[in-house]
Design a protein around this ligand. Structure first.
Ligand code: PBG
Length: 328
């Protein structure tokens, strides 16, 4: 009688043994929690399509940041919804801008919590695009890539000046990582790292976020600057460019439908890799859980393990607080 070499079934019946040989773990140390800052006082406005996520004024962002820190989470990612939008998104870089004020207040109240800022124009432009729009005619328009770079530089610098620990450009303009690195270095912020949204697809999974950040494009879509969902090799080109321009962390976005891309980057790069479990992924799980169709905690844990198994070091997720609460 021949016995197969590998017969771990009996051992697999105990959790102790499973834990001993487990290849992947996820901890709250790996998670970043996104927050949406809005003008005003005492604002805590629920986002309809994202149960459990709120737009908050700076005072409430500070309270939230304290809670996040007390739960043992290392970092937040800040988005801002400005008082006023215009065609250039000028409130993205003013000193009294919403994100700048939120960063300052959080760093003052919770200095040891890492504050990461999203650098983009789409929340700040009246047209909702991530760059300067030229020639808009019957839905036909172009984005002025190079003119946009200067504005992104200003935004990133203003975040660093406010005290941001790391900036995360999400606009997908070509050359923005190099441009932001240069302006930060020239102004004494050599120590502020860049987490680049290196591989960002033109995805329909961002739908609920556009409610949260009030940044749905008023015409057209983002396919001229975000990546074609069908492309895999292009992910390597985008990530290579960002690395060469000085990115410290490479991000893949969305998350779960793009685990193959995370795994590909893991094989090809030695930089830390972040995965963004985006709004649509969050809303799907929440909706199913609210209907009693899925067990939320178990599914969330499984999804986070999947990111880590694919090779992500960091996961940006709206479930970060829930996960941290479940794991204390
Ligand atoms: C753009 C930005 C988006 C997200 C993060 N940064 C939206 C977009 O590109 O349309 C999406 C995040 C999510 O869906 O949770 N500033």
């Amino acid at each position: 009688m021949m016995f197969p070499e590998y017969r771990p079934r009996r051992l697999r019946q105990t959790e102790k043994f499973r834990a001993l040989v487990r290849e992947t773990t996820v901890s709250k140390d790996n998670l970043i929690y996104p927050l949406f800052a809005v003008p005003g006082k005492k604002v805590k406005e629920p986002i309809g399509s994202m149960p459990g996520v709120f737009q908050m004024s700076v005072d409430n962002i500070v309270e939230e940041a304290k809670e996040v820190f007390d739960l043992g989470l290392p970092a937040i990612l800040l988005f801002g919804i400005p008082e006023k939008k215009d065609s250039k998104g000028s409130h993205a870089w003013i000193k009294s801008g919403i994100v700048q004020r939120a960063v300052e207040a959080v760093k003052k109240a919770v200095p040891d919590l890492l504050v990461v800022t999203d650098v983009c124009l789409c929340e700040y432009t009246s047209h909702g695009h991530c760059g300067i729009v030229v020639k808009e005619k019957k839905g036909v328009f172009q984005i002025d890539n190079d003119a946009t770079l200067e504005l992104l530089q200003k935004a990133a610098l203003s975040h660093a000046r406010a005290g941001a620990d790391m900036v995360a450009p999400s606009d997908m303009m070509d050359g923005r990582v190099g441009a932001i690195r240069e302006i930060l270095d020239d102004n004494g912020f050599e120590h502020v790292p860049i987490m680049s949204y290196a591989v960002k697809y033109a995805s329909s999974f961002y739908g609920p976020f556009r409610d949260a950040a009030e940044c749905a494009p008023q015409f057209g879509d983002r396919r001229s600057y975000q990546m074609d969902i069908a492309n895999r090799r292009e992910a390597l080109r985008e990530a290579t460019l960002d690395m060469e321009e000085g990115a410290d962390i490479l991000m893949v976005k969305p998350g779960m439908p793009y685990l193959d891309i995370i795994s590909l980057l893991r094989q090809e790069f030695t930089l830390p890799i972040a995965a963004y479990q985006v709004s649509g992924e969050y809303s799907m799980i929440k909706a199913a859980a609210q209907n009693g169709w899925l067990t939320e905690d178990a599914v969330v844990h499984e999804s986070l393990i999947a990111f880590r198994r694919a090779g992500a070091d960091i996961i940006i997720t709206y479930f970060a607080k829930d996960f941290a609460k479940a794991s204390v």
